[in-house]
Design a protein around this ligand. Structure first.
Ligand code: UP5
Ligand code: MG
Length: 191
């Protein structure tokens, strides 16, 4: 059978280290969403030596944005191979071009967009403390990631704000405190 109902899609945005992945895990568990991290999909491509692996590695190392067609295809394949009809798309779209490309290829807009608003010095501290061996968790790349976030991702956040789809959470505080700010965005998804 074809999937009948159109899926519920949430985009989760915020700068590097703002807590997107941490909060997505809680949202997925509480509200039954499938968590799709765009960054994790790209890192998986690097690890599996796919034809785009080297290009993706070099792009991530520079804190730049992987071409939309590559990222959107990976997200689309995850969505299509899943039985879920509730998706949390973490760390995407990073640019207006990403956003337009997703709308064109997947053919739909998000229902909700979450934004984790975090001071830059806090983001830098968290990323440098993480210690999971990510090639982009060093001070030089973090500075580049912040610059790209400001220049390219803030316009996407503003776009959804103007559309009335944006939920902004203050990303400083305990994980539970932040989650309480996130909860109202999913009032319509209460299981
Ligand atoms: N932490 C979490 N919550 C905390 C709290 N409330 N208080 C204190 N500490 C907290 O958290 C970061 C760290 O902070 C962790 O150690 C956590 O325990 C702690 P995390 O939840 O991992 O934050 P997150 O926002 O997910 O940080 P991440 O580094 O993953 O964000 P980025 O947006 O930088 O990384 P992503 O993986 O999305 O992208 C990486 C790169 O891939 C990009 O720079 C880009 O080059 C590329 N990319 C694309 O090109 N296109 C895409 O569409 C996506 C990515
Ligand atoms: Mg993350």
């Amino acid at each position: 059978l074809e999937k009948q109902k159109s899926p519920f899609i949430t985009f989760v945005l915020g700068g590097p280290g703002s807590g997107k992945g941490t909060q997505c895990a809680k949202i997925a568990k509480t509200f039954g969403f499938m968590h799709i991290s765009a960054g994790d999909l790209l890192r998986r491509e690097i690890a599996s030596n796919s034809k785009y692996g080297t290009m993706i590695l070099n792009t991530i190392r520079e804190g730049k944005i992987v071409p939309s067609e590559v990222t959107v295809k990976l997200i689309q394949m995850e969505m299509e191979s899943s039985d879920s009809d509730k998706f949390l798309i973490d760390g995407f779209p990073r640019t207006e071009e990403n956003r337009i490309s997703f709308e064109r290829i997947v053919g739909t807009e998000p229902n909700v967009v979450l934004f984790f608003d975090c001071p830059e010095e806090e983001m830098v501290k968290r990323v440098l403390n993480r210690n999971e061996g990510r090639v982009d968790d060093n001070i030089d790349t973090v500075k580049k990631r912040l610059k790209v976030f400001r220049a390219l991702n803030l316009p996407v956040i503003n776009y959804y704000s103007e559309k009335g789809k944006l939920y902004t959470a203050n990303a400083v505080g305990s994980e539970d405190e932040i989650f309480e700010q996130v909860r109202p965005a999913f009032a319509s998804c209460e299981a």
